[in-house]
Write a protein that binds this ligand. Structure first.
Ligand code: GFB
Length: 335
């Protein structure tokens, strides 16, 4: 990407999209367009970013946008996302919204001759009982985790769309599969968020209210890998900027997968994560495990060697990242 190329970030106000915008601005890109669905972020006010409100679930709106703006590059970070409970409660919304958004943006990118597109997926595309660590070639080798199967099916369809367009139309549509993300602009709602923001909020509020216990869902034994969203954004921009030779040899050469995992390659149990956040918060009470809540997949650690061979590695440690987001949450929530 040249610094003055027109770059479209779909999902500009979400945690992933806003991190990609921060990364692009830091690297000197000057011609950014972001789409948002319901809200804009105050932090984006003075950036070289044009903000456009579009509901990407409507194909006409997407087509009109692409025809008018003609972006050179597209980061497809718009998605309906949530934690285990949200996925389990709203399966229809998770499959419909994601299929609609990605189908419209990918097709419009093809019709409008976008140079490269990067689709953001998720590590839940891999089978529930996948060999560990999970490699790109493990896709579609087993059954999925039931709590997020509709979301995973939509994300797998997105990967397969990119692959199909590359095969038939010789496009350069790439995809990345990040592990569990956390960072600024995350969702901290207790029912719909992912575990890391939920625990930050629970421990912080428990310390302030002098509560005796904090409830952790499930058994605490599932293992998860956590990646700071700024690392993810840096990896996305790295992949988008790979030389043509790497793209052709590794990512658009059927049948090699058109996607790469993004993670740290390290995981921990939910109980270990809870103890780390408990320490940061200063909460002195006890942890209680609510085993009526689902554990989900027991282990899902990514093999990150493909991305490492393409020249990128994660930098933010879990300890540093969690401290930063703890402070961010305290600042945002105002107490
Ligand atoms: O982050 P999380 O909601 O999603 O939950 P998944 C991870 C683990 O943390 C599960 C436990 O075992 C939860 O039961 N957990 C403990 C909690 N306490 C809490 C809590 O207070 N809130 C939450 N949310 N969890 C999601 C998928 O799976 O991961 C998505 O559903 C997506 O589709 C995403 O792939 C990355 O890691 O289980």
């Amino acid at each position: 990407m040249h610094k003055s190329d027109k770059i479209f970030i779909a999902g500009a106000s979400g945690m992933a999209g806003s991190a990609i915008i921060r990364n692009l601005v830091k690297k000197g890109y000057t011609h950014l367009i972001g789409s948002y669905h319901s809200k804009t972020l105050p932090e984006q006010k003075n950036l070289p970013l044009k903000q456009i409100r579009i509901d990407l679930q409507y194909q006409d709106a997407v087509n009109q946008f692409f025809k008018t703006e003609k972006p050179d590059y597209v980061f497809l970070a718009a998605a309906k996302v949530g934690g285990i409970q949200a996925n389990n409660t709203y399966p229809a919304e998770f499959i419909y919204s994601n299929l609609a958004i990605q189908a419209h943006v990918i097709q419009a990118s093809f019709e409008n001759k976008v140079k490269r597109l990067l689709f953001l997926g998720s590590s839940c595309i891999y089978p529930k009982h996948c060999p560990q660590p999970m490699k790109e070639e493990h896709l579609l080798t087993g059954l999925l985790e039931p709590t997020n199967e509709p979301y995973a099916i939509a994300k797998i369809a997105g990967i397969k769309m990119c692959e199909a367009y590359n095969r038939q139309y010789h496009t350069r549509f790439l995809a990345v599969m990040p592990t569990n993300l956390y960072g600024p602009n995350d969702n901290f709602s207790l029912e719909t968020s992912h575990v890391l923001p939920a625990l930050i909020r629970k421990f912080h509020e428990a310390r302030i209210s002098h509560a005796e216990r904090v409830v952790i869902w499930g058994t605490g034994s599932p293992r998860r890998e956590f990646l700071h969203v700024d690392d993810m954004a840096d990896a996305c921009v790295h992949v988008m900027n790979l030389p043509d030779s790497d793209i052709e040899t590794h990512l658009t050469h059927y049948p090699s997968p058109c996607f790469v995992n993004i993670g740290t390659g390290k995981d921990c149990t939910i109980k270990e994560l809870a103890l780390l956040i408990k320490d940061l918060s200063g909460f002195k009470g006890v942890l209680e495990f609510d085993t009526t809540r689902p554990d989900g997949t027991l282990v899902k650690r990514l093999d990150v060697s493909r991305l490492k061979n393409l020249g990128w590695q994660a930098k933010v440690s879990l300890e540093d990242g969690v401290q930063e987001i703890y402070d961010w949450f305290v600042n945002e929530s105002g107490h």
